[in-house]
Design a protein around this ligand. Sequence first.
Ligand SMILES: [Zn+2]
Length: 90
Amino acid sequence: MNQAQRRHLRWLLFGQQDGRCFYCRKPMALSFAAKDHIWDNAATLEHLHRKAEGGKGGGNLVLACRECNQRRDERPWPDYRMARLDGRTA
Ligand SMILES: [Zn+2]
């Protein structure tokens, strides 16, 4: 996937998810400027199944806020999502 395709996908997913994080459902900020990716609520592409598990392709991708994306580590996404929605810091 090249940069233009990644941008397009982020824009598409942002609309599909009503601008909300896949995990915590908080509103995200969609920006295409690299310097904005330091925001905690920056919309980032997230692989549901880690590449190590063989995850790739469009159906495997969602948008998550940077904070959720960074905290997840190697946890299975359904467990992590449940924890984030509960308001637990996970
Ligand atoms: Zn989030």
